[in-house]
Design a protein around this ligand. Structure first.
Ligand code: C2O
Ligand code: CU
Length: 572
């Protein structure tokens, strides 16, 4: 299937040998409303003298960072130039199921997929990554992923560092396993090479002022206990899908696969110093991938796990070399940020209970596969039908011996409870991934807004990619209220632009970019069909009425989600 030699399984990986520091790579950026993303087979140099096979998105490892503005309508042309089928999911973004890129979408080799949607997300960092069923870990590990930074007017009004690559840095944290030929190996407990933005032994000249880091744990399995050498305090300002109400001062931040966090750290007065970003994994309790024991008790074994030196120890992720201030530095930490208003528990119209368990019991239970409510992912099963606008309380109980980061598509949620207690302040914001510790119950509340489609599914799953690939995933649809067709409910309320009207000959019909015209009819005043166009699949089209005589006409427009009629006045 794949031309390059990707090794899956268990063999000795070779640790990080280079001692020198490498300048942190900062992904390129793209902005505007049209994005061309090409996924292709390529190679990347992680180690001098070696070429490593990778999957690139416009670059050899990790794609461009897409800068989007809330409210913009965007069009993406995603061309799959790989030898493999893949798909790309907009992790954390609130888009219709058809645009979501989950495992029900597939982009065969040499074809393109054209997602288009309006950006409805709050300012935060999201990410895109492959999601082909059973192949997510391989494709994501090979590098076919990138970041999305959304800005909005609320965030823009705050005095925060936001100069990308100057005082606002994305840090994509990954642990990897390389074989002796420096090829990426997946599903291996020797993921002992740390990289940030694809750079091994990364270092960054960082100005001596308030710096914003946008952290993503894009590792396949590893959880980090982030902190700075010397226990320097930092402030978490944002969670997966938005800013917190106020900065939260921390010295440790646990980040599980799929999770993001935005932090501010004040490097003022530290010129000349070198500071390491660390994972203090020795402080982890058991039963987290990264702790000294990955399971509850020593009885649970992952072969090879204990010989990976990252497990249960404190290790460096990257280095900051503090240099002179930039012009116009931000030197303060704001005292308040945004107002999050979680739905009240009393407002929930449904409670869903999900229980995680291993497929087999005993000492190898920790190796998976894992089940949700006793079942493994089935492409043909829709596990939940959720009425549009439902407010739901999801209760996740982990009866397996290892913590699982649970992720749901479509929505952001608020954690209401972790093991019976309210979430800590730094987890009280908008989230799309939550780590459910072994033996505990975590609850969240969310609302299924805007998009309904009884056929196109969204998924929820564990974001430890081998667990996801092994079937720790389920599907849901959001169903439309009576009288509303498949598609985007909200589009019923949106404008259809018809211009010029009156017209002398041509007329343009334009919808928002995330809704397309499928069929269009033009009737004359006595109801005779004059024009019929089928399979339009465009958001905008031009009709030529020059052959018709003056008078009133009716347009009947069938879109992806509704039927709209409008009067047209032809004046010659
Ligand atoms: Cu980041 Cu369904 O995934
Ligand atoms: Cu899991």
């Amino acid at each position: 299937m794949r031309k390059t030699s990707v090794i899956i399984g268990f063999l000795i990986c070779v640790g990080s040998i280079s001692k020198g520091q490498n300048l942190l790579a900062i992904p390129d950026t793209l902005s505007g409303s049209n994005f061309n993303l090409n996924i292709y087979d390529t190679t990347h140099v992680f180690y001098a003298g070696y070429t490593t096979n990778t999957f690139g998105v416009n670059a050899s490892y990790l794609g461009p960072t897409l800068f989007l503005n809330k409210g913009d309508s965007i069009n993406i042309n995603l061309s799959n130039k790989l030898m493999d089928t893949t798909t790309i999911h907009w992790h954390g973004m609130h888009v219709s199921a058809k645009n979501d890129g989950g495992p029900r979408i597939s982009i065969p080799p040499n074809t393109s997929w054209y997602p288009r949607f309006k950006v409805r997300d709050n300012a935060a960092m999201y990410w895109y990554h492959p999601h082909l069923h059973m192949m997510t870990n391989l494709h994501a590990s090979l590098g076919a992923a990138g970041l999305v930074i959304v800005r909005d007017t609320i965030e823009r009004a705050l005095n925060l560092p936001r100069r990308y690559g100057v005082d606002d840095f994305p840090l994509v944290i990954q642990s990897k396993c390389f074989d002796a030929g420096k090829q990426i190996v997946i599903n291996n407990p020797y993921d002992s090479v740390m990289m940030v933005n694809g750079t091994i032994n990364a270092s960054l000249p960082t100005p001596a002022q308030t710096i914003r880091f946008r952290l993503l744990n894009a590792s396949s399995e590893r959880v980090y206990n982030l902190g700075f050498q010397g226990n320097l305090a930092f402030y978490q300002i944002g969670t997966d899908g938005g800013l917190l109400n106020a900065p939260v001062s921390l010295t440790r931040l646990r980040l599980a696969p799929g999770e993001r966090a935005e932090i501010l750290i004040d490097f003022t007065g530290k010129i000349g110093q070198t500071l390491n970003l660390m994972s203090f994994a020795s402080e982890f309790p058991n039963a987290i991938y990264g702790a000294s024991q990955p399971g509850m008790g020593a009885g649970q074994v992952i072969p090879g796990y204990t010989s990976n030196t990252l497990n249960g120890s404190n290790f460096k992720i990257m280095t900051f070399n503090i240099v002179a201030q930039t012009v116009l530095p931000v030197t303060t930490i704001p005292s308040t940020l945004v107002i999050n208003s979680p739905w009240s528990i009393g407002s929930a119209n449904a409670v869903r209970t999900l229980t995680f368990s291993p497929q087999t019991m005993g000492p190898t239970a920790i190796q998976g596969p894992f089940l949700i409510n006793g079942a493994s992912f089935d492409m043909n099963v829709v596990n939940y039908s959720i009425p549009l606008n439902n407010i739901e309380l999801w209760s996740l109980t982990n009866q397996s011996p290892i913590a699982h980061p649970f992720h749901i598509h479509d929505v952001q949620f608020y954690i209401t409870e972790i093991n019976g207690a309210a979430p800590p302040a730094n987890m009280a914001g908008r989230k799309d991934v939550v780590l459910v510790p072994a033996g505990q119950t975590v609850k969240f509340i969310t609302k299924f807004l805007n998009f309904c489609d009884s056929k196109a599914t969204y998924v929820y799953h564990c974001h430890m990619l081998p667990h996801e690939d092994d079937g720790m995933m389920g599907q849901f649809v959001v169903t439309c209220p009576a009288g509303v067709g498949i598609g985007e409910y909200e589009s019923k309320l949106r404008e259809v632009a018809i211009f010029p009207n009156p017209t002398e000959n041509k007329i343009t019909v334009r919808l928002n970019a995330d809704e397309t015209i499928e069929t269009i009819f033009l009737y004359d005043y006595s109801g005779n069909k004059i024009i019929e166009k089928n399979n339009v699949h465009q958001s905008e089209m031009v009709l030529d009425l020059s052959a018709q005589s003056s008078g009133l006409y009716f347009l009947e427009i069938y879109t992806t989600g509704r039927i709209v009629t409008r009067k047209v006045n032809l004046l010659k």
